[in-house]
Structures are given as C-alpha cells and as structure tokens.
Design a protein around this ligand. Sequence first.
Ligand code: PHE
Length: 451
Amino acid sequence: MSNVTSAHGMWSSKMMFILAAAGSAVGLGNIWRFPYLAGENGGGVFVLAYLVCIFLIGVPILVSEILLGRAGRQSPINSMRMLAKQSGASSFWQVIGWLGALAGFMILSFYAVIAGWAMSYVVEMASGNFVSINAEQASTVFAEFTADAVSVVGWHSLFMALTIYIAARGVGKGLETTVRYLMPALLVLLLVLVSYSALATGHFVEGLKFLFSPDFDSFNVDSLLVAMGQAFFTLSLGMGAIMAYGAYMPKDASIIGTATTIALLDTSVALLSGLVIFPLVFANGLETGQGPGLMFVTLPIAFGQMPGGHIFGAIFFTLVSFAAITSSISLMEPAVAWVVEKLDSSRAKGAMLVGVIAWILGLGSAFSFNIGADITLLAGMTFFDTMDYLSNNVMLPLGGMLIAVFTGWVLKDQLIEEELAGDKVWLNLWRLITRFVAPTGVMVVFVMTFL
Ligand code: PHE
C-alpha cells in the first residue's frame, strides 16, 4: 500500500489539485512561447504536430507523472528511488528525479527573466506609453527595454523574490486564491482580446489560416522536435513538477480525468493566445518569425488602440505575471521538496536556496538580450537559447520517455491498479501508449533530429 498523505502537506481537495496543476501548466508557455514558436515554425504544421504530441504522448505521460507522485508521496527524487525499490528495479531510475530537478533549475532561470519582462509591461501599460502606438514604435520600446540590462535584472530579481516567497509559504496557502480567481480572469480577458482580433483587425481569417491550415511544404524535422518540446513544456511535463504536485493529491481523485482536464484547459489558452496574436501580426505588417518578442510587440498595439486599453493592458499583463508565478513555483517544487527531505530544513530555506541558484543562472539569460548578446554557447546559440533548447527540446522529452518506460514496464502492477482504480476503462489504452507509443514517438523524433 502506498501512503495516504505526504509529509510536505496535502491539497485540501481534488479541485485544489486541478487548480494547482493547471496553474503550473498554464503560463508563459501558452501565451508567450506557443505563439512565437508557431510563428517561427510555419504555423499550421507546427500546431498540428504540437496537438498530436499533446494528446498522444503528453496526456498519457501526464497520467504517469501524477500516478508516480501520488504513489511515492515524496520529492520526485525520493519517490522514484522508493518506487524502483518496491518494484524490485535498479536504483538507476531515480535519474528521472535528478534530471528533472536539473531541468527545473534551467527552465526557472530563464522563465523568471521573461516573467520579469511581463511584469515591467504592467507598468508600461498603466503609464499610457502604448496609447495609439504603431508597430514600429512598439518594436522600439521592446528593443530598448530588453537592451537595458539593469532594469531587466531588476524585474527578473523581483519576480524571483516573489516566487521564493510564495514557494516558502508552502503547498496550498496563497496558491488557491491565486489560481481560483485569476485564471478565470485571464481566460475572460483572452476572450476579450480574441473578439478584438476578430472584429477590429480585419485579418482574423488570415490568422486562423496561419494556425489551422497546415502547409506541409514548410514541414521540417527540426520543427517537429520544437513542437514536441513545447508539448512537454506547456504541460509542465518530464521534469517532476507534476510528480511533485501529485504527491500532495488526495487518494480519491481520478488521475486520468484530471490529466485530461488540465490538457484541455492548457491547450485552449495556447490556441486562444495564437488567435489573438496572429491577426495583429498580419494587420500590422509584422514578422511571424520574430522570436521571443512577438507577444511583447503585438499586444501593446492592440491595447493601444482600444478605449481604456491602458487599463485592460495593465490588468492583462498582471494576469500573465500571476500565471507565470503559479508555474514558477511548480518549477521549484521538485528541488525544494528534495532539499527539505534531505537537509531536514524548512521550506523557506529550501526555496531560498533553490531560488538563488536559479537567479544566478538566470543572469546569463537576462544578459543574452543585451550585454551578453554576442556570447554564444551551443551551436552559436546565446545563453538563453542554449538553456531553452537543452531543457525543453532535450531534457523534458528524455525525462518523459523514461517516465513512460518506467510506468509502462517497470512499476509494480499492484501500484498501478491501486492508483488507477477509478479509471479502468482507459487502463489498457494508457498501458499501450506508455509501453510502446510514447517511448517510440520520442525516440523517433530524437533520431530524426540528431542523426
Ligand atoms: N508549463 C509552464 C508554462 O507553460 C512551464 C513549466 C514547465 C512549468 C515545466 C513547470 C514545469 O508556462
């Protein structure tokens, strides 16, 4: 029998787990990263590959991660160690936990930088600087802001401090209110923006076509890797975040139902963001493939043209910042929980330790857009690009594949049956996918890309 509760605390209800996991999943990955990757990788084919990865590989691995977390009830590193032992398997499998914690540091480091940009845009918006701005001016504001290393690091530090503060307060407290009210608010504002794009830009259909009519000529293997990496990133998958949250999930919640809800919510936010951004891109003659600045250049134009746009804009970027915080605390959780278990320290100390290390690493990404723009690491990529590429395109899919193989082939049957007791109908399909489809899928994409 696995434990009924975790020493780190528990979510107060099923609903609370869904909120926390959805809070982890929905973040910059949906609103900032998805649109710019779709823009860089040819639109429709990318979106198609992304959707296939989400539902064919992502959801089943999401189920595996929650299951492992709930069966283990500890930090991912220690849960994996214990479950491998209980299944009579090698302690090698705890590598899933270690790889995940490392990926968490890498992602959190650049995530906090971009979230800092979003926070600074709250102030920019509220100040009215964007009222009636045109595309060229919006690009200039963004370029000037990111070129200013001092203010980028200032916002980056503020975001990291907030993340540490919330993570230190522990599971549950603070998070519940954040997610319960702010996420629906974010969805409502996204819908307002979609209506604006549909009614006011005159280029909605072009945006729709870009996202949903795949042009197979523009397909290439590298974008397939990027789409797979994005599927893992957006679902917070492959690095133990969801495993850590699963450890605090009450026994009576259905894992498969929960995983599906999270994926549907997450995907809707990403697609809605795309539907907001691309009509604006086409209406203003902007580049689809301009990279990480896409959201920061397009949205100010829309808000700048709306009546009361500076207020809506400030609210919108506030909500984006909150969505980012509910994700960043989950990026920290595997490492924080491990530190608490290993050093028997308080959550506050654990969060501080993890946050400070990630903050230092993040300076590299903060400087990638200004004083360090010429410094390249892997294959001519900046520090930011290298962190992003290695963590999202390599480590998350690799972690996810190992998780699928472990739950599919290694984990003791009795544990699976206990955890998925309420989900009998889907059991065989899930087994088929974790045993064969997901591991082969990830392998094939890796082999195609790296050979
Ligand atoms: N899913 C989050 C987002 O889309 C990012 C994240 C990745 C969070 C991995 C936790 C773990 O913004």
